[in-house]
Design a protein around this ligand. Structure first.
Ligand SMILES: CC(=O)CC(=O)SCCNC(=O)CCNC(=O)[C@H](O)C(C)(C)COP(=O)(O)OP(=O)(O)OC[C@H]1O[C@@H](n2cnc3c(N)ncnc32)[C@H](O)[C@@H]1OP(=O)(O)O
Ligand SMILES: NC(=O)C1=CN([C@@H]2O[C@H](COP(=O)(O)OP(=O)(O)OC[C@H]3O[C@@H](n4cnc5c(N)ncnc54)[C@H](O)[C@@H]3O)[C@@H](O)[C@H]2O)C=CC1
Length: 318
């Protein structure tokens, strides 16, 4: 009798928890956003979210990195404001101040997620590190919090599997530079709930971006087309069929791209391009689109990662 009562109670409690949890997760209006990783993408996402009235917490591993990120956000806002408030610089200064006030920083990810509606990870392109992060934050974040990844190439479902909330995990793939690029790929896995997808779509619209829906397939839409193109440019150069300068000029003037493939690779980060292609090659070793490049491997081994390290295919000044 007691066993029946207790098992009924357990069932009843489970049902209450389920209905409570589904009512909590429905229609999450995203106000508080935690961004993990204050590199070029995380800082850009933080800037855009803060500029559109969201309360943002930016997390990275050291205070120095976070200081650099905040400096970068301020510099980028100055560029935005120059255009937007060209007739009224004082309002531009006020805008920058307000946006900066919407961003706080911390090196403590556990504390950062306690009031978060959405966590966006923009850390290094490495599955194990992303899974460890999601698994850890899953225990710290409220029930309703949505977890999103800005990964360029890794399966969102593998990251979601490290959490107890795969229905509240999805992809939000932004483009570099985030303040300028209008697109966000919103990625749903087979476990992402329709409510989560809707919340993510609404969030991207609230940021003033245009979303497209993507399946959780390698590279989603843009990178599946763009990264093989960049790698093909590299191989063309390695075969001695064109200098990097000429290839860049050719694609800008002949195909209307704003940057040539070498300029763009430096802009994205050569480490990121290598992480992406190495990962895809592991899965499809015979696919010629994912063939390695000795030149790319050499530059990354030398720490020449592109614009962010001031040298890649080209040299840059600060
Ligand atoms: C790897 C992945 O997973 C996915 C990816 O992101 S792939 C990469 C996708 N990105 C691209 O393909 C970028 C291609 N490049 C471009 O679109 C352009 O070169 C660019 C927008 C980056 C810069 O434009 P540009 O005309 O070459 O240079 P520039 O004159 O310096 O900038 C143009 C405007 O953008 C603004 N701008 C550029 N970067 C900015 C930033 N980070 N913040 C704010 N404003 C910025 C400039 O202030 C300038 O504004 P005005 O027109 O008012 O002067
Ligand atoms: N660079 C690009 O053009 C694009 C990159 N992406 C993706 O965005 C992610 C980030 O890329 P970038 O910003 O370019 O890299 P980045 O190297 O500029 O920045 C990564 C940041 O994450 C921090 N970090 C690493 N591990 C961390 C951890 N465990 N906790 C907190 N912070 C941590 C690093 O200190 C660094 O500041 C990657 O997954 C990348 O594939 C997506 C779209 C475009």
């Amino acid at each position: 009798m007691f066993r029946l009562f207790s098992s009924n109670m357990a069932f009843f409690t489970h049902q209450i928890q389920r209905s409570f949890s589904s009512s909590v997760v429905r229609n999450v209006v995203i106000k508080n956003v935690t961004i993990i990783g204050g590199g070029q993408m995380g800082a850009g996402i933080a800037q855009v979210a803060a500029s559109t009235g969201h309360s943002v917490t930016l997390v990275d591993m050291t205070d120095d990195i976070l200081k650099k990120a905040m400096k970068g956000i301020q510099g980028s806002l100055r560029r935005v404001v120059k255009k937007k408030f060209s007739d009224d610089p004082e309002s531009g200064d006020d805008f920058i101040q307000k946006v900066m006030q919407n961003v706080s920083t911390t090196t403590n990810p556990a504390a950062a997620v306690t009031t978060s509606d959405l966590v966006v990870e923009a850390i290094v392109e490495n599955m194990k590190i992303k899974q460890d992060l999601f698994g850890f934050l899953d225990k710290m974040a409220p029930e309703h919090t949505i977890f999103a990844s800005n990964t360029s190439s890794l399966p969102i479902s593998d990251m979601a599997s490290a959490t107890s909330r795969p229905d509240r995990c999805g992809g939000l793939h932004f483009f570099n530079p985030v303040p300028m690029m209008k697109l966000v790929e919103v990625v749903a896995t087979s476990s992402t709930s329709p409510e989560t997808s809707e919340s993510l779509l609404n969030f991207t619209k609230a940021l003033g971006k245009t979303p497209v829906c993507c399946k959780d397939t390698p590279g989603f839409i843009v990178n599946r087309l763009l990264v093989p193109y960049m790698m093909e440019a590299l191989r063309l150069h390695e075969r001695g069929h064109g200098s990097k300068e000429d290839i860049d000029i050719a694609m800008k003037l002949g195909a209307g791209y704003p940057m040539g493939p070498f300029e763009l690779s430096d802009y994205v980060g050569l480490d990121t391009i290598k992480f992406i292609t190495d990962g895809w090659r592991e899965k499809e070793p015979d696919n010629p689109l994912f063939a390695p490049s000795d030149l790319l491997n050499k530059l990354v081994a030398e720490g020449k990662l592109g614009k962010k390290s001031l040298e890649g295919f080209y040299k840059y000044s600060k």
